[in-house]
Design a binder for this molecule. Structure first.
Ligand SMILES: Cc1cc2nc3c(=O)[nH]c(=O)nc-3n(C[C@H](O)[C@H](O)[C@H](O)COP(=O)(O)OP(=O)(O)OC[C@H]3O[C@@H](n4cnc5c(N)ncnc54)[C@H](O)[C@@H]3O)c2cc1C
Ligand SMILES: NC(=O)c1ccc[n+]([C@@H]2O[C@H](COP(=O)([O-])OP(=O)(O)OC[C@H]3O[C@@H](n4cnc5c(N)ncnc54)[C@H](O)[C@@H]3O)[C@@H](O)[C@H]2O)c1
Length: 444
């Protein structure tokens, strides 16, 4: 019986474990996780902190017991400290001091990511918080109950920062959202779209400090102020949310790394060493929008990569379809979605790119309860291939984005969308869809 060891049992690890345990019976399956919990949905953290859900209970979909019932052996609060890749041995240590030495036939690294911490003065002051783990959310919620905390500064207006800005306003705190670039969500949307989110944040009382670089945080014991190159803001709590980096410690010097340190994997999730796979936030993805390797830390990518590695580990050849980095956000009911490249990013990467934009009502004008919707399709002017799409509305337009994700994956041209058969029912949409109308505006 061959032995598969999985290191890390959050989204990617759990997906791999379930794939192996549900489909294959002739393997001994062992997993180690350094944390106390499995499968924590960080995506629900802002909803929990913002009191939009009653508690964290629903934010977990698996446990040690569930996985062990299926036949695995799961060691929680047990960190893998080193791996001898030549002898195929994993060395781990539990919080109680117990040491483990286990050989493997196949190894899956699912060690995830770590929040990037800027190396600035004051980063170790009390109430300077990261938000990644279940325990981080618990800490933040405890601190929010402290009535002496009025001013919250959030550094990084990416996905986590924007979602948490809303959550803190829901507690009635004064929130300053700081980003070094001059808008929010700049990695995912062009200015024409981020302007809508800026407006939504301001309308709901979030103070925006965009285009400002944080230089230090000050305070005696607890943080009191945050200093940027342009201003100083009062801050009783500071959230650092400036992105993730891959947790690659176990592969250093042994596995080939991407430019940001992620384990380079092929479409079967195999690393540069045979029998060693890497999945989720610690690994690269194949990005169909640029047709090359990339790093995109998302739970959606993590679970798919776990499935792929699970099958390949058990000798069923399965290749990833690649990804587009499809993503979405909903802030006080304003929904934004994107996939692939923004126009700005496409141009920066050297594509001769253009955007086709359209704005409309979601439903026919005779429907009273109606919402504005905005769409942008980014395409390559030479090949006409769709490179990206962005959508925004206070209507739930999320399903529309999936089609663009597939279009990018399959390298569809924008001209194919112009007369595409899109269903119509007045309860949902218009006979002449804004998706097709946007495509028809694509310059020749
Ligand atoms: C606040 C927040 C909101 C998010 N919202 C979304 C969203 O809406 N949509 C989306 O797609 N993504 C979202 N994400 C990103 C998503 O959570 C990550 O992409 C996802 O968690 C990656 O899963 P993973 O299993 O690869 O890694 P991780 O979640 O980082 O898990 C890695 C696991 O490995 C364990 N581990 C690490 N090193 C060791 C070791 N040496 N030994 C043993 N165990 C180890 C850790 O304890 C951990 O359990 C969000 C993230 C955050 C923080
Ligand atoms: N809804 C979702 O899908 C969702 C929600 C939360 C997190 N996530 C994912 O989790 C990962 C981490 O999220 P995140 O919000 O930390 O990263 P992010 O990449 O979304 O945003 C980071 C932000 O920090 C800014 N920044 C970088 N360095 C800075 C500095 N020194 N000072 C000030 N600002 C700085 C960037 O300009 C960017 O706006 C991402 O991959 C994200 O996509 C996804």
């Amino acid at each position: 019986m061959s032995r598969i060891i999985v290191v890390g049992a959050n989204h990617a690890g759990t997906a791999a474990l379930n794939t192996i345990l549900d489909n294959y019976k002739d393997h001994e399956v062992i997993a180690f996780d350094a944390n106390t919990n499995i499968s924590f949905l960080g995506c629900g953290m802002a909803l929990w902190i913002g009191k939009q859900i009653a508690g964290p209970e629903g934010l977990f979909y698996s446990t040690k017991e569930k996985l062990e019932d299926k036949g695995a052996r799961i060691y929680m609060e047990t960190a893998v400290e080193s791996i001898d890749y030549d002898k195929k041995i994993v060395y781990a240590k539990g919080v109680d001091g117990t040491e483990y030495k286990k050989t493997y036939d196949k190894l899956i690294l699912a060690t995830g990511s770590l929040p990037i911490v800027p190396d600035i003065e004051g980063k170790d002051l009390k109430n300077v918080q990261l938000v990644k783990l279940y325990q981080n959310a618990q800490d933040v919620i405890e601190k929010l109950k402290d009535e002496s905390i009025h001013e919250v500064a959030v550094v990084g207006a990416g996905y986590i920062g924007v979602e948490l800005a809303e959550a803190f306003k829901r507690w009635g705190k004064n929130v300053t959202l700081i980003d070094c670039v001059d808008t929010c969500l700049a990695g995912y949307y062009d200015t024409e779209f981020t302007d809508g989110m800026k407006e939504q944040l301001q309308k709901n009382g979030v103070k925006l400090a965009f285009g400002e670089t944080v230089q230090k945080m000050e305070g005696k014991d607890r943080v009191e102020r945050i200093v940027t190159d342009k201003n100083t803001y009062k801050a009783d709590m500071v959230i650092l949310a400036i992105g993730f980096k891959p947790n690659n410690k176990l592969g250093e010097g042994k596995l080939k790394l991407f430019r940001n340190g992620a384990f380079i994997v092929d479409k079967q999730q195999q690393t540069s060493l045979p029998d060693v796979y890497a999945i989720g936030d610690c690994a690269t993805v194949y990005d169909n929008s640029v047709q090359e390797l990339n790093y995109i830390a998302l739970a959606s990518n993590a679970v798919r990569s776990g499935i792929v590695a699970g099958h390949n580990c058990c000798d069923t050849k399965l290749e990833s379809e690649g990804v587009q980095g499809s993503n979405g956000i909903s802030i006080w009911g304003y929904n934004m979605l994107s996939t692939g490249l923004t126009l700005a990013k496409a141009k920066k990467l050297g594509f001769d790119a253009a955007a086709a934009d359209y704005e409309d009502l979601q439903k026919p004008a005779f429907i009273e309860k109606n919402n504005k919707v905005k769409i942008r399709i980014v395409f390559d002017k030479k090949t006409r291939i769709i490179l990206g799409a962005q959508m925004a509305s206070d209507y739930d337009i999320s399903m529309g984005l999936h089609m663009f994700s597939l279009a990018i994956q399959e390298q569809v041209t924008i001209d194919k969308i112009k007369l595409l058969d899109l269903f119509f029912l007045p309860h949902f949409n218009q006979p002449y869809s804004y998706i097709a109308l946007a495509a028809q505006k694509a310059e020749k």
